[in-house]
Design a binder for this molecule. Structure first.
Ligand code: FEO
Ligand code: CA
Ligand code: CA
Ligand code: CA
Length: 651
């Protein structure tokens, strides 16, 4: 949710939830304050040095080489240096210039794409996954029924992964399964009213959230479409049965007196995928779906749960969805469901090929407002999962599996169930340390009684370890040269700068990157700032509020935005050359939308990305993806983006 697009009160509520810090820890471990301007000059200059020397300033590099901790100079580094010797520019497309956008036929009402590219639209909200379900096309006089919505594409398109069909050991560029998150849709958009009035209203809202698993294929005229009734097609929503796994499974922290089954996933934001072919969906602003009609639930600080309610941002009205008025699971003051809220805030694993699989909540990855889960394979074949906790002054985490992922799976174990969870501390000398969230740490043992508590209340544990409060960590992407990029979308309430968050306030965000020791698995890292959004304003590279992110295998960084853009723009998809730092604009969305979610076919000649909450649901702003008529309800949908010459996307 963006900071500046706040056309209706419920959107504002959601916005505020991310933007209002709930972190009272006062963690400022490196409060050597830098003047914002000085700092910006320094990071940009440092960045150029870093580009010339392969990310690290020479002094840092020399120091790190002397350390015990090992910064691998591995094959990927060599590959990157090879790539740099190759002088072919990474970005060859004609960008959408500021004047191209301003002079487009319907800027803000319809998207604008580079003249070298074209797009189609796929799976708008209301697309049936099964035959016999009527399509919802944005008729303002009606909405889908709750039952039909459970067999339709939901709303709030966000993170997604394309899993290509495998035929004769080849990965298809023409067909596969798309797993896509449905982060949220406000009541005015989904229900056409502010408050739910019946249990069915709440069920419609709940069914519009979650995940779609949908088979798609390229058909006539190279147009992609849903394979209706494909065996993989399924909706996972707030009332779908799920399982818990890892250290918190079986814990009393998840038990309710009502003995209700484990159900549902909500506010599915960004995503990840594993080397073994599963999809990870991440629960972000889960707090906003709970509320109470029985007074303030967040009374004192008598219990850890009370403290957690506050630290995770629960409140009497939540985001105004009103689910608690019709569904006791979401009533915070109902003693029968006292621990229902602890069942949300996790990373959830989904098998795209098995429609009968119950999604599994992987508790070893901790409970916080998960933006995404970027998985890579590190030293010894261990999987490493990078995760942002998107709220003002919250943290960046990583998980490292206990062993080699193939060996663990061969023993019937999930690599996501056993391992170590860390939170990042960024030091002001461009180094940093991953701090382990373990009950074996005496500081945590003083506050918590078990690892179950440490993981369920991960934010509280991270506070005690002295993690660095960041400017809203959103997406993380691992580049093939070993650098890890993270968007810090904005923080207009920062009053004290530090080196990693160098602007106070920081209304437009920045992108930070780091390299971990021991090939992703170590506790040490070195970091620098890749770009500060404010520095692009007034130029053709203008963007604000970076959010979605993908580092491609060639050294390009795809940047998606969510927030008020400057220079007359709307939210956009841009491509950066990580070597030269040049940025080109590929696509501009419509008024009120956010461009998010990114995945490609194996040949990278088709890219999928999303328009989330176009017009914030208001047909007076846009009717996209319908033609402009001033009436049709705009619907979240997926762009299918291709180069007209058939080349690799971004090139
Ligand atoms: Fe769901 Fe922080 O974006
Ligand atoms: Ca955002
Ligand atoms: Ca969003
Ligand atoms: Ca986001």
């Amino acid at each position: 949710m963006s900071e500046s697009n706040r056309p209706d009160p419920q959107v504002k509520d959601l916005d505020d939830s991310e933007n209002v810090s709930t972190n009272p820890s006062g963690n400022r471990p490196f409060i050597e304050v830098l003047q914002a301007t000085m700092s910006r000059r320094r990071v940009m200059a440092g960045g150029l040095t870093a580009a010339a020397f392969g990310f690290l300033a020479p002094s840092v590099l020399a120091r790190r080489r002397d350390d015990d901790d090992d910064f691998d100079d591995d094959d990927d580094d060599r590959r990157e240096r090879r790539g740099r010797r190759d002088d072919r520019p990474l970005l060859n497309f004609q960008p959408v210039s500021l004047s191209d956008f301003a002079n487009a036929p319907e800027p803000g009402r319809q998207p604008v794409i580079s003249e070298d590219y074209e797009y189609d639209i796929l799976i708008p909200w209301g697309t049936p996954l099964k035959s016999g379900i009527p399509e919802y096309t944005g008729d303002p006089t009606t909405r889908p029924s709750a039952d039909d919505q459970a067999d339709m594409v939901g709303i709030g398109h966000d993170g997604m992964t394309f899993f290509p069909e495998k035929a004769r050991r080849r990965r298809s560029n023409h067909s596969g399964v798309l797993c896509i998150n449905h982060e949220f849709g406000v009541n005015t958009h989904v229900l056409g009213k502010v408050d739910p009035e019946t249990p069915d209203d709440v069920r419609l809202s709940q069914h519009a959230h979650g995940v779609s698993v949908v088979a798609i294929a390229k058909g006539f005229g190279d147009k992609w479409d849903v394979v209706i009734d494909a065996p993989q097609n399924r909706r996972i929503h707030v009332n779908t049965d799920v399982d818990f796994s890892g250290p918190v499974a079986g814990s009393a922290l998840l038990a309710n007196a009502a003995d209700n089954p484990f159900q549902g996933t909500v506010n599915n934001c960004s995503n990840g995928f594993t080397p073994w072919g599963t999809y990870l969906t991440c629960e972000e602003n889960f707090n906003g779906y709970f509320g109470t009609n029985n007074g303030d639930p967040i009374g004192g600080f008598d219990t850890l749960q009370d403290e957690a309610y506050r630290r995770y941002g629960f409140s009497q009205n939540g985001f105004g969805y009103g689910w608690q008025t019709q569904d006791p699971r979401f009533e915070l003051a109902n003693p029968d469901y006292a621990n229902e809220s602890n069942r949300f805030g996790w990373v959830v694993e989904i098998d795209p090929d098995d429609p009968d699989q119950r999604p599994v909540k992987r508790t070893a990855l901790g409970r916080f407002k998960h933006e995404g889960a970027e998985v890579t394979v590190g030293r010894g074949g261990r999987v490493v999962v990078y995760m942002g906790d998107d709220q003002r002054f919250d943290y960046i985490y990583k998980f490292v599996s206990a062993g080699n992922w193939k060996a663990m799976r061969a023993k019937g174990m999930s690599p996501l169930d056993e391992g170590r969870l860390y939170v990042a501390r960024f030091d002001d000398d461009n180094t940093g340390e991953w701090l382990e969230l373990t009950i074996d740490d005496p500081v945590l043992a003083e506050r918590f009684v078990s690892q179950e508590e440490v993981l369920t209340y991960a934010r509280l544990a991270a506070d005690l370890l002295g993690a660095t409060p960041m400017d809203r960590p959103e997406w993380i992407s691992v580049a093939p040269d070993g650098q890890v990029y993270c968007t810090l979308t904005n923080n207009s309430q920062r009053t004290v700068a530090d080196a990693a968050n160098p602007l106070a306030p920081n209304p437009d965000g920045h992108i930070i990157r780091w390299r971990d020791s021991r090939r992703f698995t170590g506790r040490k890292f070195v970091w620098d700032i890749f770009v500060i959004a404010q520095d692009t304003h007034g130029t053709e590279e203008s963007f604000s509020d970076p959010d979605g992110l993908w580092a491609d295998p060639d050294g390009r960084l795809f940047i998606e935005t969510d927030g008020g853009q400057q220079d007359g723009l709307q939210d956009q998809l841009l491509v950066a050359d990580t070597h030269t730092r040049e940025i080109r604009r590929l696509l501009v969305g419509v008024g009120g939308d956010e461009i998010t979610g990114i995945t490609v076919t194996p040949d990278r000649r088709t890219l999928f990305c999303n328009s989330q909450h176009p017009g914030n649901g208001d047909p007076a702003v846009t009717n996209f993806p319908a033609p402009t008529d001033g009436v049709t309800i705009p619907r979240d949908c997926t762009f299918v983006v291709r180069r007209k010459n058939g080349g690799i996307v971004g090139s």
